[in-house]
Structure formats: structure tokens, C-alpha cells
Ligand binder design. Structure first.
Ligand code: ZN
Ligand code: ZN
Length: 257
């Protein structure tokens, strides 16, 4: 595995291990590029703190820690600072403004909720209604069209639903638009390892047919999950099964503003 851009830290409250352990595992396993992309702190106007994100009070600490390790390990591995973020239309400008002073290098989209968490929280990682895949598809494509996201993590998150024609059409819309925007889709190692509902074969069959660029992402919440050999092996089986076009690195970019 040349690069992994999807790595968490303990600040999100559901990951384990020190940054140093993630980095050293990556080095041991021959990873050349390691990106930290913890769940972005979100500056909701009502002060709401999501339980699964870096709390706002720890943003500075996250940035400083990763920046220092980047320098310390510069001759052994390339380290990058990013965030995993949802696209909430109503608050997106606010988020970018909030992050602007910090030297982060990229956002990956990880759309855990549609609408937004404070007006209408609809969590996409569990059982979802039949209307959710299309709502999700429209919202994520609107988000990807901003050009603010480097790639799209676990694009098939809302797959725990009745996967009828509506689901398939929504997923095909995502794949076609992502292709047109030249945004890679992530085959998510956390879902693979835990045998979650994503990655979903129905989705990746479409992505293979459409010809999307596909990137592996560890979504590491524990140091062992960085370039885990068994998970790489199962990802490669998915690649063969669906004829996926895998790229091993991406060009990182900050949002436009
Ligand atoms: Zn997480
Ligand atoms: Zn993640």
C-alpha cells in the first residue's frame, strides 16, 4: 500500500493508540504516505458537539501534534494533515471559515449524516429508509461539486436498506457524477474488515462498470488497521471481482476558499 489518507486519532473518542503507533505501523508495512483525517470538529452555530468528532477544544492539539510528527518523521514517511468531513449545505461556508487558519492539506468526504445533525439528523451508517439513498446521493454530489473534497470515503455508506431499483439508480448517479468530476471513490477497509454493510457488492459492481477511479482507505481507528495485510488481500479480491480501476495515490488539495 503506497498511501493511506484515512487515519483517525483518539480525539474522536472512538479510536485507540497514539499517532506515533499509527506512523510506525505504516513505516513497518512499507506505506510511503500517511494522511491523518480525523472527524472534523464542526462549528455548529448552536454550539452542538457531535460525540464522534474531534471536539473543538482539541482542534489545535490535533493540528500541532500532526505537524510536529510530520517534521520529526520527514526522512522516513510523508505525513499529511487532513480531515474527514460531511457536506452540510447550510454550514459548509462556516466550516471552511473555521478551518481556514489551520495548515490542513485536504478534506475527504465522509457523509455520516444527511441534512445536518442539528436540524434533521439522519444517520446513514445504520438501517435507513428507502428514500435515504437518493437524498444522500443528491447531497453528496452537491458537496463534491464544490471541489472542496479530495476523495469520497465509503461512498456506499447507506446500503443497509432495501436495495431495489431506487437504490441502484442513486448509486449509479453517484458513480457517474464522481467520474465526471474526476473524484476517486474509496474502498473502505474498516467496513471490509468488520464485514459491515459497506462496501456493498451492488455498489462496486456499478463503480466497476462506470469506470470510477478507486482508492483504498484504511479508515484506521486502531494502529493495526494501517495497511493491514489481510484486509489488503480481501480488497484485492473485490478489485478483481468488479474490475475496479485502483489508483495508489491522489493529489491533495485544500478547499477553494
Ligand atoms: Zn470514525
Ligand atoms: Zn473515517
Amino acid at each position: 500500500m503506497y498511501a493511506n489518507y484515512h487515519t483517525h486519532t483518539t480525539r474522536c473518542n472512538h479510536a485507540r493508540g497514539s499517532e506515533r503507533e499509527y506512523i510506525e505501523t505504516a513505516i513497518e508495512r512499507g506505506v510511503r504516505v500517511l494522511g491523518f483525517s480525523d472527524h472534523v470538529p464542526y462549528p455548529f452555530p448552536n454550539g452542538h458537539e457531535s460525540g464522534f468528532r474531534v471536539p473543538r477544544a482539541l482542534l489545535e492539539d490535533y493540528v500541532v501534534t500532526v505537524e510536529n510528527l510530520k517534521k520529526e518523521y520527514a526522512d522516513q514517511i510523508e505525513i499529511h494533515l487532513g480531515f474527514e468531513a460531511e457536506y452540510y449545505p447550510k454550514f459548509h461556508a462556516l466550516l471552511l471559515e473555521y478551518l481556514k487558519p489551520y495548515p490542513y492539506e485536504y478534506l475527504i468526504m465522509g457523509q455520516h449524516f444527511i441534512a445536518n445533525e442539528i436540524d434533521e439528523p439522519i444517520y446513514c451508517g445504520g438501517k435507513v429508509g428507502a428514500d435515504v439513498p437518493w437524498r444522500y446521493a443528491r447531497q453528496v454530489i452537491e458537496g463534491l461539486k464544490t471541489g472542496d473534497f479530495t476523495y469520497f470515503a465509503h461512498p456506499d455508506l447507506p446500503s443497509n436498506t432495501e436495495r431495489g431499483q431506487d437504490y441502484l439508480d442513486a448509486m449509479e448517479y453517484i458513480c457517474r457524477e464522481a467520474l465526471a468530476l474526476d473524484i476517486p471513490l474509496e474502498l473502505n477497509f474498516l467496513g471490509l474488515h468488520d464485514r459491515r454493510v459497506y462496501p456493498c457488492h451492488d455498489f462496486w459492481e456499478i463503480a466497476g462498470r462506470v469506470g470510477n477511479k478507486v482508492i483504498f482507505g484504511c479508515d484506521a481507528h486502531d494502529p493495526w488497521a494501517v495497511a493491514d495485510p489481510a484486509t489488503i488481500e480481501s480488497a484485492e479480491a473485490w478489485v478483481r471481482q468488479h474490475g475496479l480501476q485502483v489508483i495508489d495515490r491522489v493529489r491533495l488539495h485544500r478547499p477553494n476558499m
